[in-house]
Structures are given as structure tokens and as C-alpha cells.
Design a protein around this ligand. Sequence first.
Ligand code: GDP
Length: 182
Amino acid sequence: NCLDRLEEEVIKILVIGDAGVGKTSFVQRYVKDEFNKDYKCTIGFDSVNKIIKSHGGKPVNFKLQIWDIAGQDRFPLLTRSYYKYARGCLLLFDITRHQTFENVSKWKESLDKNLDPDSPAIPCLLVANKSDKDSDRQVSYNEIEEICQRLNFVQWTETSVKAGTMVQETVTYLIDVILGNS
Ligand code: GDP
């Protein structure tokens, strides 16, 4: 009922990474279980909500608010407000384009720099996307493991948004860490 809605906690998470790595597709797959193969360049930001009523078999009640902030570089003055109150982050790259992996450190730096210095660090998960294109792979597991440790990611996962592999699990893992169950 409407009183439940009023009491709902909002958990904001960010999805960041280079253009074309699959951020918008990831969010669509997670929220609607859809994959749309048309390329869409996100300008500015987009935010979608999903009401979560159960997690790990336990009843919970919160609104997961997912911010896809692809075009944030074009609006530098707004950057801090995009990052404000975020509780967790997914940083995506594309395993078939090494450059998107090289830019992971820039994205992580930008995240750390723009978060409120008075708030505790937020968990960030590194997501290696497009695992269905393994024959075009340009990034090795060793490289991913190394950067994951060096840049203090809580974990890394490999997903195929196209095939629908590991998408739900990745978000569930992040929620686990945010809720302190991990
Ligand atoms: P964004 O710019 O990071 O939001 O990326 P998009 O979600 O717009 O995706 C960019 C392109 O990659 C689109 O053509 C998607 O269909 C495609 N794509 C996204 N995820 C996957 C995946 O897991 N596998 C493959 N093969 N293509 C993907």
C-alpha cells in the first residue's frame, strides 16, 4: 500500500565505463530481462528503478535506483550530483576492446574523486562484459585479476548481457555487499 511506498529505502547504484561497453543493455537486461541489439549512445544520464521485495530468500523492501551515467564527461558541473548518495558501483568494460579495459583506472579514479569525502568508500564491482565473444577476447583473466586487486574492487565478474549470463548474479552480489551480508 502507499504507506509501504513512503517507507521504502532507496539504494542508488551507478553503472559506469566507456561508451559501447554495454551499460544501457546491462540495465535493461537486469530490469526487464530484455536485450536490444541496436546501438544507443547514452547522453547525460538515465536512471531506472526496481523495487526489491526479496533478497537471498529474505524479505526486504527497497527501491534499487540504477544510474547509467555514460555521458557524464559532457556535463562536468553535474558530475558530483550524479555520484552523490551512491551506495555501490558497477564498472563495465568490453573484453573485446582492450582500450575499454585500459580506461578502467580512469573511471575508478573519477569515482573515488567525485564521491563525498565525508562518506565511507562505496563497493565497486568490475564487470567484464561480452563474454559471448570469447574468440575476440583482448583482455586476459590475469590482467583482470591484477587490476581488481590493485584498484581495490570488491570483486570482478564476467557477464554476457547478450546471452543473459551472470547479470542478475552480478547485481545480487553488489547488493549483498551493500547490505553487509558478504
Ligand atoms: P553503453 O554505451 O555502454 O550503454 O553500451 P550499449 O548498452 O549501448 O551497448 C553497446 C553495444 O554493445 C550494443 O550494440 C549492444 O547490443 C552490444 N552489447 C552489449 N552487451 C553485449 C554483450 O554481452 N555481448 C555482445 N555481443 N554485444 C553486447
